[in-house]
Every structure is written in structure tokens, then in C-alpha cells.
Design a binder for this molecule. Structure first.
Ligand code: MN
Length: 340
């Protein structure tokens, strides 16, 4: 079968590999669609500290169950599924307090073990979620990015009527926007430096958009909020240098959700945090958010296909990577169609 294999940083190809076999508690999934994520790009470029090489990447995918292991119950051949990439031990401190997404021995499908950019992938049966009939396999490949949004919003603990500011109108910014609107947040400010992305944010329901390379965002947002600042700020730009601005833009008692994986330090002025009693939260992957996202998707409150800019075959992975590297403004979510 064909698979997109990263042998080492910058060394990748679509290769012929053996079809894997499902262990007793695993299922074999014939992958229909898999989305390319920024974190796949980090793996390809060698700036993901967690990955082990060689690796078949891809943690956003959906497909049809092809085979099940001997001890699998409740998942059957022919079932349409998407897959939670988080594999946790269930025993360590974070697992014991209900935070399996930061398990001490966390394994992520597509990072620590092979993922969805291949014709068939084996995954633990426990990570499989059944799809409601009217969710397509293309839309289902986007459930995972929405779980990122659900997780960061959960970490930020919105109150009714809270304003939200999202830095970055890429795919994750847009999943946070849609998820926030679905959860009843009414006012969402989105910033980015690419006007095409801001136009998408506006279409999807952002109430205010600002190009931060053309506007003094700090001044505009403080004016918009009568100087109070914004209670909820989600960093989907993942630029550490923006943290001081986030501290200044947060309202007293505000919550800032951080998603970036950068190793660059940020300048953090303690007084800003203390005087406003700000909460800074990290958000990693998702803590059992698949059912919630599937429910919102099934009820039509999310519009995943609006985020898809390209559908390409697996053989086009190298050119898709080239586009995402050199012409990111042309792309939103790139879906790789593997079977279907
Ligand atoms: Mn992702």
C-alpha cells in the first residue's frame, strides 16, 4: 500500500509499505480523508521534539473499518469512523485527575506511532468514534481540529456574554471561531496579517476583524471595549512575541489560552498578570472532546467544509507541502483523499 513517510526531517516520500495488522485491541481503518496540519509541517521540518522517525504522519483522519482485532467489541467491519489521536496510560497523575491529553507517557497517533497518511492504519479500538450517517468522511477528517478548539475554550472557562479575541485566522483560529459561536459566544474579534484569511473569518461570523500589520490592534481593541480589554484571548497565531500584547489586551480577570509549540521565550511582565489576576492556560490536543464535536457537527452548528481549500491525492503530498511552505495564503485545510 501507499504511505506518506517522513524518514527524517526534510526527507519524505510517498512510499510502498506493508499493510499493518491490527493487534488484539486494535482496528484496521481504510483511510478515506486525512487533513494536513501545521504540526505535520513541524514534523517534516524537524521542529517537533516529540516525534520518532521514520514516521507516517497524519492525526486528522476518517475512514471505514476494514478489520478488527480478536478482543474488539463494539466496532465492526464497515463502520464509518474518525479517530482520536490521544493515547494515554490511565495510571499516571494527569490521567488520574482526568487530564489524559497530557498523560506522562502520552502517545499521539501520527506523531509517536503511524497515522493517517496511508491507505490503512491500525489504531486502538478505544480511540475510534462512530460517525452519524449524515457526516461525510471528508467533514469527519476535520473533527480533530475542532477538538483543539473545544479544548482551548474549555480551558478558558467562558462566562455568558464574554467577548473573545482570536489571534490568527488560520484553520485553528477558524475552528475556535465556529466553536465559540456554536457555544453562544456572541462577539468575536479576529486578528491576522493576511486579508484573505480575515475575509473568511468575517464570512464565518467574526464580529470584528483587524489586520495587525495595517492597524494598531491594541488601540482598536481597547477602543472597542471602552478600555476594559477582552476577557478571553485565544492564541492561534502561536507567535511568542505576541504574549506581552495579549497581557495588555486582556481584561481584569481575563483568561489567555495558548496553543503554540514554540521554544522561543516570551517577555512576560508579572505585574500585568498579577494586577489583573490573569489566567494563562496551555491547551494540548484534546481531552475527550470528540463526542461533543461530533454532536455539534451533526446538528449543523459547525461548517467544516468551509475550511477546506484543497482536496488532493496522496501522491500530491510533496506539492501540498511545497504550497503550505511557500504560499500559505493560498491554503486553508488541505485534505488528502486516500480512498473513498
Ligand atoms: Mn491537527
Amino acid at each position: 500500500m501507499k504511505a506518506f513517510q517522513v524518514k527524517a526531517p526534510h526527507d519524505y516520500q510517498v512510499a510502498d509499505v506493508e499493510v499493518p495488522e491490527a493487534a488484539s485491541k486494535e482496528v484496521l481503518v481504510r483511510v478515506a480523508f486525512a487533513g494536513i496540519c501545521g504540526s505535520d509541517m513541524h514534523i517534516i521540518h524537524g521542529d517537533n521534539a516529540f516525534v520518532r522517525f521514520p514516521r507516517i504522519t497524519g492525526h486528522e483522519f476518517a475512514g471505514v473499518v476494514e478489520a478488527v482485532g480478536e478482543e474488539v467489541h463494539g466496532v465492526n467491519v464497515g463502520d464509518r469512523v474518525c479517530v482520536d489521536p490521544v493515547i494515554s496510560c490511565g495510571k499516571c497523575y494527569p490521567c488520574r485527575i482526568g487530564r489524559p491529553n497530557v498523560c506522562s507517557s502520552l502517545e499521539v497517533i501520527g506523531v509517536h506511532r503511524n497515522g493517517g497518511f496511508e491507505e490503512f492504519v491500525t489504531v486502538p479500538a478505544a480511540n475510534v468514534h462512530h460517525l452519524p450517517d449524515h457526516i461525510g468522511l471528508d467533514a469527519a477528517a476535520l473533527v480533530e481540529p475542532y477538538t483543539i478548539a473545544a479544548n482551548v475554550l474549555d480551558r478558558m472557562q467562558p462566562h455568558p456574554g464574554d467577548r473573545l479575541m482570536i489571534l490568527g485566522a488560520g484553520v485553528i483560529g477558524m475552528t475556535i471561531l465556529q466553536m465559540a459561536l456554536a457555544k453562544g459566544i456572541e462577539e468575536v474579534i479576529v486578528t491576522d496579517v493576511i486579508n484573505e484569511r480575515l475575509a473568511v473569518a468575517k464570512q464565518l461570523g467574526a464580529t470584528h476583524i483587524f489586520n495587525s500589520s495595517e492597524h494598531d490592534v491594541e488601540k482598536e481593541v481597547l477602543a472597542l471595549t471602552q478600555g476594559e480589554g477582552v476577557p478571553l484571548i485565544a492564541d492561534a497565531a502561536c507567535v511568542p512575541a505576541l504574549l506581552p500584547q495579549m497581557l495588555r489586551l486582556a481584561s481584569p480577570a481575563g483568561r489567555i489560552g495558548l496553543l503554540g509549540f514554540s521554544v522561543q521565550p516570551s517577555d512576560l511582565v508579572q505585574l500585568e498578570v498579577i494586577k489583573k489576576e490573569l489566567t494563562l492556560v496551555g491547551s494540548r490536543l484534546n481531552n475527550r472532546k470528540f463526542p461533543e464535536v461530533l454532536e455539534l457537527m451533526a446538528s449543523g452548528q459547525l461548517d467544516p467544509l468551509a475550511l477546506v481549500s484543497h482536496r488532493l491525492p496522496l501522491s500530491d503530498m510533496p506539492s501540498a507541502i511545497d504550497m503550505l511552505d511557500h504560499r500559505p495564503e493560498e491554503a486553508r485545510k488541505v485534505l488528502i483523499q486516500i480512498s473513498a
